[in-house]
Design a binder for this molecule. Structure first.
Ligand code: NI
Length: 166
């Protein structure tokens, strides 16, 4: 497993809609392992393949104290409600912002074995991560969802993030 460098805001790979994965093979599973390592090395709770420079529709989510899992070709198939949440991103270090996210989120995807799965979450960090990471494979960053510039806050260098970044 290899920790891959994170790409930052301004890198075009973060802005291009990523390519669909047509076959879930060992090379994809190796990429999942590298992304998982890279996510934990950066203290994140989620990571998308474009964030390590790979333009594929693949994300890894690792909620605190839970097993990490991969979602291949993730699609939000249902969302409802609105809530305001504090958010950060490994690709936008040193900042956090307040954005509007859904309360209930359902994502359809393939797992690391190529089997179709649905992941549902409601009013929690997982719901937020599902939308945040699926956005990434569509070339969208959380800063695009800010209502106002004042909703983005620069962190003091010594101040740790209140929770993991996506
Ligand atoms: Ni992110």
């Amino acid at each position: 497993m290899t920790v891959r460098p994170i790409r930052y805001l301004g890198d075009p790979v973060l802005r291009k809609p990523a390519r669909k994965i047509s076959r879930v093979d060992d090379s994809i599973r190796r990429l999942i392992e590298d992304m998982t390592e890279s996510m934990y090395a950066a203290h994140g709770v989620g990571i998308a393949a474009p964030q390590v420079g790979v333009p594929l529709r693949l994300v890894v989510i690792g909620m605190p104290d839970e097993e990490p899992f991969a979602l291949i070709n993730p699609e939000v198939i249902r969302r409802s409600g609105e809530r305001r949440v504090d958010e950060g991103c490994l690709s936008v270090p040193g900042y956090r912002g307040t954005v509007t996210r859904s309360v209930q989120v359902t994502v359809k995807a393939l797992d690391a074995n190529g089997k179709e799965v649905r992941v549902k979450a409601e009013d929690n960090l997982l719901a937020q991560a599902l939308e945040h990471e699926t956005d990434h494979v569509n070339g969208t960053l959380y800063v695009d969802h800010l209502d106002a510039r004042t909703d983005l806050v620069k962190l003091e260098p010594a101040q740790p993030a209140p929770e993991g970044d996506d």
